[in-house]
Design a protein around this ligand. Structure first.
Ligand code: SF4
Length: 443
């Protein structure tokens, strides 16, 4: 829990010696509470008090990194229960499980499918974030499959293996890729802790209930392991969401450091629709990594779309650069459509214009990321702002006509806009879905 200025002041020497550069200890405390300065600026603070303040400054849920390089996955560092309180910070990682019992060719085909699960939505790249290899085959299969994975994907790896020897061999092979080990339990704790410690790897710790979980975490912390991820094992969806919620609540509301770690959920199900539904529930409440078994595009895209929506900063709508965009081989007679710079509005219009196969221009007006009707109500998408945007966009230099198409929902502004801009205003359909037929019949 963050300390207030007064909480911090109580831990300071209260001598007002000014060596920190502030006139009083209270002034120093207030700046420290705002994170404007470092505790090290006070040379007289006692070691115990310093340790308390440094501990309070740590994020309530530890940031844990899996993998290396551009594709590394960072989870944790969350500070709120609900995204509208601020935002969720580290998007939940989506991973796909591969069994080492599969033959080499099938493993390679599955990795290839996973590598192709990349999408673009409203201007953002979406992709699967890790591959989980699970031990279910014979001796040596796990190590063999690890080598295949290292040859075939740059995605971070999760090793699900309860055989310590096979796991240790795999970690020795892949240690430079910083794989995640799944999982330390009451039965294998010291052996798995030793492997994680020796290779400096993040470790999943698993216990069915939160009390036992905290006991295991205490032991692991005593061994110097801090990059931990929590898994309460296989349960029905209600129990699992309860666990995830309690862990988040304990970490954020009760400052319980023993549960201040991200979590992992295995959501695999033989029914892909059930699997997608469960994965979505866990992403919403509050998984750090969700593992599934399906490799279908529809399943990955639906889960990643939900994740994108949940992890978008609610105070900063996704927006694109406001400017004139060219669609296809647009020429001097091509139509000009006007919309806002809210990503979803722009990309929806773009998709329909592309579907029409009519080369066009789309003028995206700066509405600070608001959609058409919201921006109109907030007076950010009106005759003045659109006229200003038309004048600055250079549209007059690329077309021979003076006609623009506005969304049907804001038809009411067409008179004012025509008067102010000097353009002939054509009222388009209310919904973007009507654009293909509208554009084809425009002439
Ligand atoms: S250096 Fe420390 S003791 Fe001196 S005024 Fe600053 S906070 Fe107070």
């Amino acid at each position: 829990m963050a300390f207030s200025g007064l909480d911090i002041y109580k831990l300071l020497p209260k001598t007002n010696c000014r060596e920190c550069g502030f006139a009083t200890c209270l002034a120093f405390a207030m700046q420290l509470a705002k994170k404007n300065i470092s505790i090290d600026k006070c040379p007289y603070i006692l070691a115990d008090a310093k340790a308390i303040l440094e501990s309070a400054a740590l994020p309530p849920i530890r940031l844990v990194t899996i993998g290396t390089g551009e594709d590394k996955l960072e989870i944790g560092n969350e500070t709120v229960m609900f995204r509208h309180e601020e935002k969720f910070r580290s998007p939940c990682g989506l991973g796909i499980i591969i069994e080492d019992a599969l033959d080499d060719l099938t493993i390679k085909e599955k990795i290839s499918r996973i590598n192709q699960l990349k999408f673009e939505r409203v201007g953002q790249a979406l992709q699967v974030n890790c591959v989980a290899l699970r031990h279910s085959g014979g001796a040596g299969r796990f190590e063999n499959a690890v080598k295949l994975l290292l040859e075939s994907t740059s995605l971070p790896l999760v090793f699900i293996n309860d055989d310590a020897r096979g796991l240790e061999n795999a970690c020795a092979i892949a240690k430079d890729k910083r794989p995640l080990i799944h999982c330390a339990t009451k039965e294998n704790l010291s052996v798995f802790a030793d492997i994680a410690s020796r290779f400096n790897l993040p470790l999943v710790v698993s216990a069915a209930d939160l009390e036992n979980m905290q006991g295991l975490i205490s032991e692991l912390k005593a061994k110097g392991l801090n990059d931990l991820i929590l898994d309460t094992g296989k349960k029905d969806i209600t129990s699992k969401v309860w666990d995830l919620t309690q862990m988040r609540r304990q970490a954020l509301k009760k400052s319980n450091r023993l549960l201040g770690y991200p979590s992992l959920v295995i959501a695999e199900n033989t029914d892909p629709y059930e699997e997608a539904m469960q994965a979505s529930a866990y992403i919403a409440k509050y998984a750090g990594i969700v593992l599934i078994s399906g490799t279908s595009s529809w399943e990955a895209l639906s889960i990643l779309t939900l994740r994108q929506n949940i992890y978008t900063d609610p105070q900063k709508p996704l927006q694109i650069e406001p400017k004139l965009y060219t669609v296809g081989l647009a020429g001097r007679e091509s139509p000009v459509l006007v919309t806002t710079n809210f990503s979803l509005s722009y990309y929806t219009v773009l998709g329909e214009v592309e579907a029409s196969k009519i080369p066009s221009y789309i003028l995206s007006v700066n509405t600070e990321g608001m959609s058409v009707l919201t921006a109109w109500a907030a007076e950010k998408f009106n005759a003045e702002t659109i006229t200003d945007s038309l004048n600055k966009s250079g549209v007059k230099d690329v077309v021979n006509h003076k006609r623009v198409i506005i969304p049907g929902y804001v038809a009411v502004m067409s008179g004012d806009l025509e008067e102010q801009s000097g353009f002939k205003i054509i009222v388009g359909p209310k919904e973007a879905a009507g654009l293909p037929s509208f554009l084809k019949n425009l002439n």
